[in-house]
Design a protein around this ligand. Structure first.
Ligand SMILES: O=C1CCCN[C@@H]1CCCn1cnc2ccccc2c1=O
Length: 506
């Protein structure tokens, strides 16, 4: 039976929420646009936190905590940086029965909460580099259709905010962090991403440049911004902004405004993983982040079986679980006697547990178990001898093959396009068009407008239909080399600079 009640390729939005509910990852909440993260999804965020936290501490980043409240005058310090975002800012205007003198913003991001204190704390070049990170939640009161994990009014993330003496140090860290984000996606979540730089139109307006990891959701054919690492340049440290300066060690009596970065990764990670790997049986978890990697299910116990036979099989299941746990495999024996094996199979498949081990009377005799992979459904007997080794290597194989399949799909959907008339058909075929692009901002506006008009109206819940630039991949070697002065931008005919991914996106 279709466990999820609707097929992924038939109604993607309904499939997605059903998968999350049937896997018990979240529950709806009484405030719209907000969701409860239940242990089954929160444990994935914890795995990501644990790994990323260890890595940034190796880079000398320290965790800290700033208040969630930002005063209006500080938040709106620089009009242009906030103006695009101000409709999303949530404000506290009352406490109890009395109105507040001044409305207080709830942080949508923490630059304006933190940087007045960076200015206070950074007085000498010896105070640099300053590298602080926060694990917190932020609020952005979006009005577009909320989607669990992908677009919610409050979400969990980490936000790193660093300050350096030189641009070179800032440039280097931007890429170091982006590389860690790539590992979170590709090594932990088995989700392929393409690192690149954002166009001038798509970058964080308050920054100097934005580097990004571009993910891809094959079912909808849309790109998704998976993580960002911005170089802010001196935009936030200059005198009119937060005035964060030191005496230039190489030019005494001259002020040097610090070079800053800010970088963020959120619980959007969980939504992307669910969409990329999930199938019509429900969630499919990459072993690396699964809180239960292997579930052992007693089978073949006939209704009339003797108590000792039932007990011997249950004991064997528990013993196997213990052996696996001793070898750092997160294993659980499902000995609930109120459910049939078939019910348990479906239950754990919906929760995306990567591996099932079936143990019946015959298995006991043969001292073997039947393994069933969640990602491919493949079944294979495994001797109980050295079971921990066999299970561990099978889990590694699952992790690798989940990534390889997702990466092959992603790359199949990236189409090299050199003629304008092929752009919209490529998007309508749920693909990303990578074009030799001129990088002129007006051309980007034009592409968005022309591609929105030309495309078939997609279902009303889907975000905008126009094509936007997703990223300029750092690795240009996958496509035909652009010949300066010869290769032309298919949209405007001007000289092409770099291959750029265009597509519809979340
Ligand atoms: O991406 C990141 C990574 C983490 C730190 N912040 C940067 C930039 C955030 C850009 N942004 C995004 N939404 C906003 C919403 C309201 C007000 C301000 C903003 C805002 O500045």
């Amino acid at each position: 039976q279709i466990a999820i009640g609707v097929k992924k390729e038939v109604d993607f939005a309904a499939w997605y929420t059903n998968v999350l509910l049937k896997a018990d990852m979240l529950d709806y909440y009484s405030v719209s646009g907000c969701y409860i993260l239940k242990p089954w999804s929160y444990s994935i965020w914890e795995e990501i936190q644990e790994w990323f936290n260890k890595e940034i501490k190796k880079l000398g980043v320290q965790n800290s905590y700033f208040p969630m409240f930002v005063s209006q005058k500080v938040l709106e310090r620089e009009k242009d940086h906030v103006e695009g975002f101000s409709p999303e800012v949530a404000w506290v205007t009352r406490a109890g029965q009395s109105d507040l003198e001044e409305p207080i913003a709830i942080r949508p991001t923490s630059e304006t909460a933190m940087y007045p204190y960076y200015s206070k704390w950074i007085q000498s070049h010896r105070d640099l580099p300053l590298k602080l990170n926060q694990w917190n939640s932020v609020v952005r009161w979006e009005f577009k259709n909320p989607q669990p994990f992908l677009r919610t009014r409050e979400f969990l993330w980490q936000e790193g905010h660093t300050a350096f003496l030189t641009k070179a140090e800032a440039d280097a860290e931007v890429r170091e962090i982006l590389e860690l984000y790539r590992q979170v996606y590709e090594d932990l979540l088995a989700v392929p991403v393409i690192p690149g730089i954002k166009s001038e139109k798509e970058k964080f307006a308050g920054g100097l440049y934005t580097t990004t990891l571009e993910g891809f959701i094959p079912t909808s054919g849309r790109g998704i911004q998976a993580a960002t690492s911005h170089c802010l340049g001196q935009n936030f440290s200059r005198p009119e902004m937060f005035n964060i300066s030191v005496e230039d060690p190489s030019k005494p009596n001259e002020k040097l405004y610090v070079w800053q970065n800010s970088w963020g990764l959120s619980t959007r990670t969980i939504g992307v993983m669910t969409m990329v790997h999930g199938d019509n049986q429900g969630l499919v978890l990459p072993p690396r982040v699964a809180s239960i990697q292997a579930v052992i299910v007693p089978c073949g116990i006939k209704a009339g079986a003797s108590d000792e036979e039932r007990k011997s099989i249950n004991d064997k299941c528990e013993e196997i679980a213990k052996t696996l746990r001793a070898a750092n495999v997160r294993a659980k024996a499902d000995l609930r006697d109120i459910y049939t094996p078939g019910y348990k199979f479906n239950d754990w498949e919906q929760k995306g547990v990567p591996l099932r081990l079936e143990i019946g009377p015959k298995d006991l005799e043969k001292k073997s178990t039947l393994t069933v992979r969640r990602d491919t459904g493949a079944k294979a007997p495994l001797p109980l001898e050295n079971i921990a080794e066999g299970v561990s290597s099978l889990l590694e194989t699952i992790q690798k093959e989940m990534f390889t399949r997702a990466r092959d799909t992603y790359f199949e959907r990236i189409k090299e396009v050199s003629k304008w008339e092929d752009v919209v058909p490529t998007l309508d075929a749920k693909c990303v068009a990578v074009i030799p692009w001129c990088e002129v901002e007006a051309c980007e506006d034009d592409i968005k407008e022309r591609s929105a008009r030309a495309s078939a109206p997609t279902d009303e819940r889907a975000p905008s239909a126009g094509a936007k630039s997703l990223a300029i991949p750092f690795d240009q070697s996958r496509w035909t080399p652009i010949e300066p002065g010869k290769t032309k931008c298919p949209a405007c005919g001007q000289d092409a600079k770099r291959w750029t991914m265009f597509g519809r996106s979340y």
